[in-house]
Design a binder for this molecule. Structure first.
Ligand SMILES: CC(C)(COP(=O)(O)OP(=O)(O)OC[C@H]1O[C@@H](n2cnc3c(N)ncnc32)[C@H](O)[C@@H]1OP(=O)(O)O)[C@@H](O)C(=O)NCCC(=O)NCCS
Length: 260
């Protein structure tokens, strides 16, 4: 899948190179570029902005409200929080939305400007953010995970019996990746559903079913079960050891595909 390479001031090129280089040097290679993910999803850029960037390349400009929010946190937490805000603010700017403050709610949920939905994720190296006009989408959820973090001991807590059965049929390498994907999709779904339900959802309350190489459907045993029926998860590999999942309204994906 091709990736767009985007600088701070806009699109400066389009290339397949970041995927190859992701595995061999991360941050420096991405400076000053941002890998645009999910190119094939074909979301309308006027309404959606989505990006992945190395945390180290995403530390400026800092806003006092961001610093205040993590003033007592350890340095790594301060850096990931600031990176998420810096990236989200840049993406909001591309939608024409000026956000001085993107505060966190009582359950850690980002509080987006009026008329906008969004989601943030980070791991040790990267942060990912998505923002969208809520006139075109109900909510969005994004999650990035490092492959291999979800070992067998976590399966019982994280996966349904059907998911476990599926994982057991896979070779070890595929199993590690698939377990990470299932987990990431569920976390992305949690972030999608929280602004709507304000509710906790357990990992085993949600089942993930593969539709094709990069598309997954969800079902959920939650108070608003229809919520999971109306979304799809799109996944992508980032280099050899990271996966990223986006949960989004099925209707938006279908409309995007029709534009192809
Ligand atoms: C909240 C949770 C999903 C975050 O995932 P994570 O892998 O730990 O961390 P990530 O870096 O991917 O995401 C963290 C970001 O998620 C966002 N987030 C946190 N809580 C959120 C919530 N309740 N609603 C929406 N977004 C939330 C925040 O932006 C946060 O970053 P920030 O604090 O710097 O702003 C996870 O910690 C959790 O509690 N999971 C349990 C519930 C769950 O996932 N159930 C799955 C079945 S639906």
């Amino acid at each position: 899948m091709g990736l767009n390479c985007v600088g701070h001031a806009g699109i400066i090129g389009r290339s397949d190179f970041p995927l190859k280089l992701f595995s061999s040097g991360y941050g420096r290679i991405f400076d000053p570029c941002t890998a645009m993910i999910f190119d094939t999803v074909n979301l309308p850029r006027n309404d959606f902005q989505l990006a992945l960037r190395a945390i180290e390349d995403c530390q400026e400009p800092r806003y006092q409200s961001d610093l205040d929010a993590v003033i007592n946190a350890v340095t790594s937490r301060q850096r990931e929080y600031i990176a998420g805000r810096v990236l989200a603010r840049e993406l909001l700017g591309r939608l024409g939305v000026d956000a001085q403050t993107i505060a966190s709610g009582p359950k850690r949920e980002p509080l987006w400007p009026k008329g906008v939905v969004g989601s943030i994720s980070h791991n040790e190296l990267f942060c990912a953010a998505v923002v969208a006009q809520n006139s075109v989408v109900t909510s969005v959820g994004i999650d990035i995970e490092t492959t291999g973090r979800i070992d067998r001991q976590l399966w019982g807590h994280s996966f349904t019996e059907e998911e476990t059965e599926h994982l057991l049929q896979l070779e070890p390498v595929a199993q590690l990746r698939q377990a990470t994907l299932f987990f990431s999709i569920k976390e992305a779904f949690y972030k999608y559903q929280f602004p709507i339900t304000q509710s906790w959802v357990g990992f085993r309350d949600v089942s993930v079913h593969q539709e094709d190489a990069s598309l997954y459907r969800l079902t959920a045993q939650i108070s608003d079960a229809t919520l999971a029926n109306t979304v799809l998860a799109v996944v992508e590999s980032v280099g050899t050891d990271q996966v990223i999942a986006l949960v989004i309204d099925e209707s938006v994906l279908k409309a995007a595909n029709r534009r192809d």
